[in-house]
Design a protein. Structure first.
Length: 178
């Protein structure tokens, strides 16, 4: 009996759990229709933890996360934001000799974006408002920092991520095997 349980766990339950784990990474989409409503402190902490734990070259962790929750500030940056939407602005201090800073911050952005969707929130990455953030709201960032991107998180209607996502290039057009 014990042997049977171990076999079922190893060959059925655990592979299924692994597939579930990959699901929110493989199938995600940039939310379009956010809803008004509060993101809980626990949800926000989970999403930020994903950013904190992102990988970076030589583990330099060059990023800072500015969490914009003040509705006035949020709407000045994203005018169509809904009440309760939160913007996580990822910034870093540009350094001429550390070429991977933008990539590092991009990975933190992606981790935040995916973690939000994994816990049932909507998320969308933005670089469009970076000029505004870096000119009008520079004083909200740590001294010397430049904003690289932001992730908007918030409540969203439950949608099927497979159909909600825009089309992607076909795998056989962008992958080569040697
Ligand atoms: C680096 C980056 C910058 C983006 N900037 C914006 C933006 O400024 N405004 C916007 O509405 N969406 C922005 N997006 C969202 C993309 O348009 C979206 O991820 C892409 O079209 C795929 O959509 P889908 O996931 O729904 O298929 C950005 C995405 C990335 C990765």
């Amino acid at each position: 009996m014990k042997k049977l349980i171990v076999l079922v766990m190893t060959f059925i339950i655990m592979p299924l759990m692994a597939q579930d784990g990959a699901e929110s990474i493989v199938h995600h989409y940039a939310a379009r229709n956010f809803l008004a409503g509060e993101v809980s402190k626990e949800q926000l902490d989970t999403v930020l933890t994903a950013g904190v734990n992102a990988p970076s070259a030589m583990n330099r962790q060059p990023w800072h996360f500015t969490v914009a929750r003040n509705p006035k500030l949020v709407k000045q940056i994203i005018p169509d934001a809904k009440d309760g939407n939160i913007l996580i602005i990822v910034s870093a201090e540009p350094k001429a000799n550390e070429g991977s800073i933008v990539l590092d911050c991009g990975l933190a952005v992606e981790s935040i974006y995916l973690a939000a969707q994994a816990i049932g929130l909507g998320s969308r990455i933005y670089t469009g408002p970076m000029n505004t953030v870096n000119s009008k709201f520079k004083n909200e960032l740590p001294p010397g920092h430049t904003a690289i991107a932001l992730v908007r998180i918030g409540l969203v209607e439950k949608t099927d991520a497979v159909t909600a996502a825009s089309n992607r290039k076909a795998m056989d057009k962008i992958v080569t095997y040697k």
